[in-house]
Design a binder for this molecule. Sequence first.
Ligand code: HEM
Length: 260
Amino acid sequence: MGLLSLPIILSAVLAAAVEPPKGHPWLAPGPNDYRGPCPMLNTLSNHNFLPHDGRNITKNKVVSAMSSALNFNESLAALMFEMAIVANPEPNATFFTLDQLNVHNVLEHDGSLSRTDAFFGSNHIFNETIFNETKVYWTGEILDANMLANSKIARQLNSKAFNPTYRFTSSVESFSLGEVSAPIVAFGDLQAVTVNRTLVEYFFENERFPTELGWSTRKEVVNIEDILRLSQAISDASNLITTDKEVVSTQRRDLHGGLY
Ligand code: HEM
């Protein structure tokens, strides 16, 4: 390789590294833009896959956003929209807005990974203290079902212990299992049921696709069977009982020093 080609290669690598999803640069929400409790819908709006103002989110927009940004198949994205439309209190509504998702105990619930319970404060703005609580249980560089499940249980236990209005029904449990496995769906390995912790933290903390960390939209199409299988994996990993032979090990217990 000639010396002259080095700067060209370097600038190509750098350009690739900082490139946002094609045609979808990240733009922080403005003061009049709606955002909600879902870090992914917020991210899709920040990248203009969904309306940047967080309003008028129709089925077509959800299908198109989730297909182009996450490679969800159409029926999966349509199903998610159908489950979400309850957020708009208007009869026969054809859209929802991100702030309609903030109403407590409709879709938004207690024990979230990155937001505090409505009883304590904003149930929809990213909360660093709560997320730090979650991250205690992410004990390796590669998150697996056990680590994600452990953080979910820990958040619920904390809420149950200290929030006098704690509520977590079996239908919330189904949604919650989907949410807790969602980082794997968006950024991880669907077969291994793992995801790189750095990508997940970047996503939660910035509500931005981790393109600059090397992530890109997956090549395989995601369908409902994938979602159900991953939710089941989190549910199985939430079991605190082992057999007498089994040792459920999470990696690097020393990671958080004084806590153990
Ligand atoms: C129409 C589609 C969707 C709707 C209406 C929706 C709605 C919501 C709502 C209401 C919450 C808050 C639950 C809580 O109180 O913790 C939530 C959380 C979450 N959502 Fe979504 N979501 C959608 C799609 C997605 C997708 C496609 C992903 C990623 C693949 C995703 C990732 C997450 C994650 C990781 C959380 C947990 C946040 C936390 O616990 O702090 N969502 N979503």
